[in-house]
Design a protein around this ligand. Structure first.
Ligand code: SF4
Ligand code: SF4
Length: 266
């Protein structure tokens, strides 16, 4: 299979898997069509990850010696999830459930993609760091958003989310690979209205924790708000708590839901 066909094949396999998972979803579909990108591990945005995303950030070559491409995908949430979650206060139960269900689906999707990539004669691996959230540091050592940026899927908003053509309401995941395909390039224009022309700033206004300012995003304030949600949203899953569902779902999403960048690039 040539490079172009291989890329298209992997994109279609990702879309097909999410469509199938959606059909089995109870009580209704929660995902829209995924966006898929291919990030070049040699790109400066990846080489500089320890400066931009944290000194302990894992590098693709730590996951796979001959890493070439990070395959990264964004799975948008259906619009109803954002519409429901836009009121003040805690996140809705549906929002918390979508977070957990999506993370659980990613494990299966990644296993499927690893299999189809191996069938094509290449390798793919999950980063072990992708499943760990260091609560003391309030950080992960694997930022899918940075890989998605490098793969041209979107640019960072004032809300610290990646704003894609399908907005920022959704979740990102992916795999380190040694695929021989042409990498995608980061977008040149800012998707966030505030970063593009100084307008909007709605996420800053609605954040219940005052974690967003024009200058920075305060991850500790944000996490404190997510913990308030986790006290309420228990028993839905355990994405980052090693199977302990009693810890609850550490979610919020008020700087996403109802924002002009939630469902599309504004
Ligand atoms: S709500 Fe407005 S300012 Fe905030 S990230 Fe979205 S576009 Fe940018
Ligand atoms: S997730 Fe919630 S607490 Fe965190 S920045 Fe967004 S609105 Fe604020």
């Amino acid at each position: 299979m040539n490079m172009k066909n291989l890329k298209q094949f992997i994109i279609q396999e990702t879309i097909r898997f999410v469509e199938t998972a959606n059909r089995a979803a109870v009580p209704e579909k929660i995902w829209k069509t995924p966006l898929v990108g291919f990030a070049d591990v040699r790109h400066p945005a990846i080489r500089n990850l320890k400066q931009t995303a944290g000194e302990h950030h894992q590098m693709p070559e730590d996951v796979m010696e001959d890493a070439v491409i990070v395959l990264v995908y964004f799975v948008p949430f259906q619009d109803f999830l954002s519409k429901e979650n836009k009121d003040k206060g805690l996140a809705t139960k549906d929002w918390a459930q979508a977070y957990e269900t999506t993370n659980a689906m990613f494990s299966k999707l990644n296993q499927h993609l690893i299999r189809v990539i191996e069938e094509q004669g290449f390798s793919a691996k999950e980063s072990p760091e992708a499943r760990i959230f260091y609560r003391d540091e309030v950080i992960s050592h694997w930022s899918f958003r940075h890989f998605a940026y490098t793969a041209g899927l979107g640019t960072f908003g004032l809300n610290n989310m990646l704003i894609t053509e399908q907005g920022c309401a959704g979740r990102i995941n992916g795999l380190v690979t040694n695929l021989r395909v042409s990498p995608d390039q980061p977008q040149q224009e800012e998707a966030c209205l505030f970063k593009r022309n100084g307008s909007c700033g709605l996420c800053l206004q609605v954040c219940p924790a005052k974690a967003i300012t024009e200058q920075a995003y305060d991850r500790r304030k944000c996490y404190a708000q997510c913990l308030k949600n986790a006290e309420v949203h228990t028993g839905l899953g355990s994405s980052y708590s090693q199977g302990n569902e009693a810890i609850g779902s550490e979610v919020c999403g008020k700087c996403v839901a109802g924002m002009p960048c939630a469902l599309k690039r504004p």
